[in-house]
Structure formats: structure tokens, C-alpha cells
Write a protein that binds this ligand. Sequence first.
Ligand SMILES: C[S@@+](CC[C@H](N)C(=O)[O-])C[C@H]1O[C@@H](n2cnc3c(N)ncnc32)[C@H](O)[C@@H]1O
Length: 207
Amino acid sequence: MGPKPKSDWPMNFAMLIIILLLLAGVCRADTDIYGETPQPAVNRLLELAELTEDDVLYDFGSGNGNIVVTAAKVYGCRAVGLDNNPEMVALGKRNAERNHLGEDQVVFYKRDVLAVPLPKDATVVTCFLTPEMLRKLRPRFERLPDKTRIICYQHEVPGWSVEKVKVFQGRKIFRWRVRQVKVGTKKVCGRNGCSYIPIYDTKVESY
Ligand SMILES: C[S@@+](CC[C@H](N)C(=O)[O-])C[C@H]1O[C@@H](n2cnc3c(N)ncnc32)[C@H](O)[C@@H]1O
């Protein structure tokens, strides 16, 4: 009879614990990426956006549509949800129907926010997206119309000032205002003569 085989159970137990911890991490990350903004945070976020009925709000990655629906219902502004997932767009539309909101108040479109033409009528843009998405969106955000407010839940736009971050129930809400400041003019000449076109410089202020 040879030596008693060494038990593997301490090693197996340690592996099981590691796998469980990794799974917990993945689930948490999933919640952060695909979760929705909780309704109390939606309310706070829209309060911070200082919405009025004259605003036009776009939610970039609109998910279940709660931000869009609440903006229209509570503040009476027009609101647009953009999401690249058709199931999310359908969810947003159902949410609007349940709340008796017509298409003159809210609309949801299946769009990739990294590719959609920038909305010229936007006065407020909200988003709860990954830092990587926000990094890609940054140059697009910087071309939004003058005075557009950008409100982000949980994740900041990398590279922008975050000196005035708000915290609500342990989660961060970031607010910025895009300013298109006229810094000069450029002379452009054609067949019909010359004209001067304005040159703008973008500034993004945390407020
Ligand atoms: C974390 S959820 C946020 C949902 C909602 N805005 C909220 O705050 O409750 C992010 C949403 O962004 C959408 N999304 C991710 N990448 C996108 C893209 N490139 N274009 C449009 N929507 C996108 C996802 O389908 C998901 O519904």
C-alpha cells in the first residue's frame, strides 16, 4: 500500500472562493454598466439640470426611459431618448404610453449615440454610460450648442473639470455647461465677394 494521497480540498475550496469573488465583481460591474438610474436619483438629476418647459432634453442611452418620461411629466419639457438596443427603445416607448405622453412630448429612437448626428435643438443632455463611452463622446459633446447642460450619473467625462461634483445617495452626479465662445472671425472669399465667418472656441465649465 503506497502513501495516503494528499487531499486537494484546501486548494479546491480556495479556488471556489476566488471564482465566487470574481463572479460578484462581474455582476457588480454589469449593474454599473447596464443598470438604470434609480427613480430618486432621476428626480435629483433632473432637479440639478434646472429644467424648464422650454428645454429639450436628450438622454444618451435612454434604457427604460425613466429620465425622459420624468422630464416630460414633471417639467413639461420635450424629451428624446436614444438607445442602440431595440428592446430598450421598446421599453422607453411603453413607459411613455403608460404615462399617457404623446410623441409631441417624448420620443425614443434606436440610435448609436457615437454616430447619431448631434441634436441642434438640445439644451440638456443626460447620460449614465461607461467611462470608455464618455471618453469617446467627449469630442461630440464639445460640439453641442452653446449653453447645453450635460448631466452625467456616476461616471464623469474623462478630462473635464469635476470640481463641483454633487453626491446623491452615495453616487456622483456631474454637471457641465458647454460654452461656444466666439474668439474671432475668418475671411472667406468666393465668386460673390468676401465675408467673415465666426470662429468659436469650446469651453466646458463644471457648475
Ligand atoms: C446604464 S443604462 C442607463 C439608462 C438610463 N439612461 C438611466 O440612466 O436609467 C445605459 C444604456 O445605454 C445604452 N447604450 C450603450 N451604448 C450605447 C450606444 N453606443 N448608443 C446608444 N445607447 C447605448 C444601453 O443599451 C443602456 O440602455
